[in-house]
Write a protein that binds this ligand. Structure first.
Ligand code: ZN
Ligand code: ZN
Length: 351
């Protein structure tokens, strides 16, 4: 992974964003830019300098992790107001300082404007500029090291659909699940994000299993739908339609294609079967350090897919009172198509 080069690419985007420096408060973004995995840090990115602030718990860890990632920064270990003072002092020379609009609360924003970066300009908001997606946009394209980690997370999660799924994923080298597994049988399957319940799984019912794990911080995400014994003809038809839809989506995924077009490819197959209204969500989402990140694969998405994007393709049909089917793969977008990372078989009937 080329962590060291990321701050440089972020700086290239300052001019367009109308800022001279950026205060990074989102911890996933701090991790992306520095390799630091702890639970408390601030990063002030200037045009030529980098200030990393953390508290006493993380002094040694941050020096180590930034060193391994080849990130050159001034590391300050401070608590409370000490953090504010050191950032305030370093930020004094910048006329406009960006803060992450998607991460800071209104109260934090006011504090930055009034107490951290006050002065220079007479505006009510001082020198603080809210910016959106500056780091998130960089995170869309995964380098070779990131792709390898997501692929490893996908391989880990390809074992049996057992009840001790998490135990098994951890035993095979995952550090954590990327989200709480969804196991939904029979009518529960009609709720796209049903939580596992005490309900006993009956013969012939469809069971939606949606799960993933993390390897070195990077997530995997996969859904399979299975039937325990021969399903009813209607359930079998639902499965065949969703599988055809999912395959159409994967076939439509390649660099240069609008994400909305992939959604369209999936939706058309389901609409033709008469279940357009039963496909209750977008087709997919980006996967990386977070389980849901940019780009979005939906009819309303303005994103265009590019080489190195990692996204899911996960259409579904949900019939209230009856059940649901969803099939999901995580794929890497390439020049001429995409590479599927989740190789678990798509057999409907579980022996
Ligand atoms: Zn999923
Ligand atoms: Zn997903």
């Amino acid at each position: 992974m080329d962590v060291g080069g990321r701050v440089g690419r972020l700086r290239e985007r300052f001019e367009e964003a109308g800022v001279d420096a950026l205060l990074v408060t989102n911890l996933v973004n701090v991790r992306y830019l520095t390799g630091f995995t702890g639970s408390a840090a601030l990063l002030l990115v200037g045009p030529d300098d980098l200030l990393f602030v953390t508290d006493g718990r993380y002094g040694e860890q941050s020096a180590e992790q930034l060193g391994v990632a080849e990130v050159e920064a001034r590391i300050e270990v401070q608590t409370g107001t000490g953090q504010r003072e050191v950032v305030k002092e370093a930020g004094a020379k910048f006329p406009r300082i960006g803060v992450e609009a998607d991460d800071v609360t209104w109260a934090q924003y006011e504090a930055y404007a009034e107490k951290w970066f006050d002065g220079a300009e007479p505006s009510r908001h001082g020198r603080v500029v809210g910016v959106k997606g500056l780091v998130a946009d960089l995170r869309r394209v995964k380098d070779a090291g990131e792709q390898a980690r997501i692929a490893a997370a996908c391989r880990v999660s390809e074992h049996d659909f057992a009840l001790d799924l998490e135990f098994e994923m951890r035993r095979r080298g995952a550090e954590a699940v990327s989200f709480e597994a969804i196991v939904a049988s029979g009518p529960n399957g009609a709720k796209p994000h049903a939580r596992p319940s005490e309900r006993a799984i009956r013969a012939g019912e469809l069971v939606v299993l949606d799960f993933g794990c993390k390897v070195d911080g990077y997530c995997s995400d996969m859904t399979r739908t299975v039937a325990v014994g021969e399903p009813a003809p209607e359930a079998r038809r639902m499965y065949d339609v969703v599988l055809a839809s999912q395959e159409a989506g994967v076939a439509a995924t390649r660099a240069g294609v609008e994400a909305a077009e992939v959604d369209r490819a999936c939706r058309e197959v389901i609409e033709e079967a008469g279940w357009g209204d039963a496909f209750l969500h977008g087709t997919g989402h980006g996967v990386g350090l977070e389980i849901h990140e940019d780009p979005r694969v939906a009819s309303t998405s303005g994103d265009t897919l590019a080489t190195g994007h990692v996204v899911t393709v996960e259409p579904g049909v949900y019939l209230a009172g009856q059940g649901g089917v969803r099939i999901e793969d995580t794929v890497v977008v390439t020049e001429g198509g995409c590479e599927v990372l989740t190789h678990a078989p798509k057999d409907l009937i579980l022996e």
